[in-house]
Ligand binder design. Structure first.
Ligand SMILES: Cc1cc2nc3c(=O)[nH]c(=O)nc-3n(C[C@H](O)[C@H](O)[C@H](O)COP(=O)(O)O)c2cc1C
Length: 387
């Protein structure tokens, strides 16, 4: 089983990620991971922090001479801003009280519930960990998982389909084109016209001190049939993917395939009919309304997932809240913040999906070494082709 943990505060020394159960023999370098980290940091509508920090990873363990060992892989991203926070975020008690506690909980954040739950009197003790800064290390972990998936030609792409209610037009683009256009776009949006309208919407929200959310779509290609399982609730791949996506800060909804639209249609207009291609000895479907998963298992079609992100909760136009000490109302204080982070969230989405697919691949094909996995994979694919 593949698993991971992350640690680190937003303004602490840095972020740590440990991946356990990753097979040996996979080529990996810090550069591969840094490319993914850079993708998370771009996007129209991002705030000041993205300008001061360019993330870079250090691989601390689990890799020797450019290949994974099969032992836990430890990754570190240092926070470049640490020198400005050494006292405020000091591990030792030496600097206790050197900065004032944060006593004003921001609506839409973990601030108030976290403070009450953990018995703190300084909201900083909560906001530092609740912050989406943590997603940087998840992108690094996802990058490591993508390297394993690439060994099996499995690719994961994402694009933004909606921002603040402005959606893309129905597209007839091939996946490669969507990927190329999304990668070149300021908003990871493959529809140029929609991108323009989205930028206008972001500019207007910014002028009004407001923020925006949106929707992104993730597509996973070249999957073998049978990842995940129908046999137990926590083995269903659709459930595992939804959990992973919902664990991203600010994500409030997930759809697979047609998603909510399926609830509005007749069955005959939803379910993907099955055909057989005699020449290529292959079952196939002409539609993919199921989004590549039936009964909790991959069916060989592309996985298609969409996620809804709420608007960024820190607004320049302050929202009402109550000071936890004085119990008096105030208008939530304004900090440096993103106006819209949907493109970045899409990259985080790719990362958490990469982890889930890598885990399902290891579960199905055994994972002590890449060679062992490939042997099992090849023999299974031969069996599938021979059906
Ligand atoms: C990539 C990304 C960037 C984010 N940037 C900000 C930000 O700059 N300011 C902010 O208030 N929230 C930001 N958020 C959202 C908050 O982290 C999130 O809404 C908050 O922690 C509360 O969690 P919840 O929305 O999941 O309930 C961001 C989320 C993501 C995924």
């Amino acid at each position: 089983m593949l698993r991971y943990l992350t640690a680190g505060e937003s303004h602490g020394q840095g972020l740590i990620g440990i991946i356990d159960g990753y097979p040996g023999g996979v080529k990996i370098s810090a550069d591969d991971i840094d490319k993914e980290l850079a993708r998370r940091q771009v996007g129209y509508g991002r705030g000041g922090r993205m300008l001061i920090e360019k993330d870079g990873v250090e691989i601390l363990s689990g890799v020797r001479w450019g290949k994974t060992l099969g032992s836990p892989i430890c990754l570190q991203i240092r926070n470049k801003d640490w020198s400005n926070w050494e006292k405020a975020m000091s591990i030792s008690s030496e600097y206790e009280g050197s900065v004032s506690p944060v006593t004003r909980p921001r609506p839409g954040h973990a601030d108030l519930s976290g403070l009450i739950k953990y018995g703190h009197d300084d909201i900083r003790n909560i906001l530092e960990r609740a912050s989406a800064r943590e997603t940087a290390i998840r992108v690094a972990i996802g990058a490591v998982c993508k390297l394993l998936l690439r060994e099996f030609n499995i690719e994961i792409i994402s694009h933004v389909t909606e921002i603040g209610g402005v959606g893309i037009n129905k597209m007839v683009l091939k996946l490669g084109e969507i990927q190329k256009k999304a990668e070149a776009s300021l908003l990871r949006c493959a529809d140029k016209g929609a991108e323009k309208r989205m930028i206008k919407k972001i500019d207007s929200a910014k002028r009004n001190g407001d923020s925006l959310g949106g929707v992104f779509e993730i597509i996973v290609t070249n999957l073998p049939i049978g990842l995940g399982s129908h046999t137990q609730w926590d083995r269903k791949l659709n459930a595992r993917l939804s959990f992973a996506i919902m664990s991203i800060q600010a994500i409030k909804g997930v759809e697979i395939g047609l998603g909510f639209e399926a609830a509005r249609r007749l069955g005959s207009d939803v379910h993907d009919e099955i055909f057989y291609d005699k020449r290529n000895k292959k079952f196939y479907r002409k539609t993919n309304n199921a989004g590549g998963i039936e009964g909790g298992m991959t069916n060989g079609e592309n996985i298609i997932i969409r996620a809804a992100m709420k608007p960024i909760p820190t607004l320049m136009k302050p929202l009402k809240s109550v000071d936890i000490v004085t119990k008096r109302p105030f208008l939530a204080s304004v900090e440096r913040s993103d106006v819209c982070a949907v493109p970045a969230a899409a990259v985080v989405g790719e990362a958490v999906v990469a982890f889930e697919i890598a885990n399902a691949m290891i579960e199905k094909f055994g994972g002590d070494s890449l060679i062992e996995m490939k042997r099992n994979y090849n023999s299974y694919m031969k069996y599938v082709r021979g059906i």
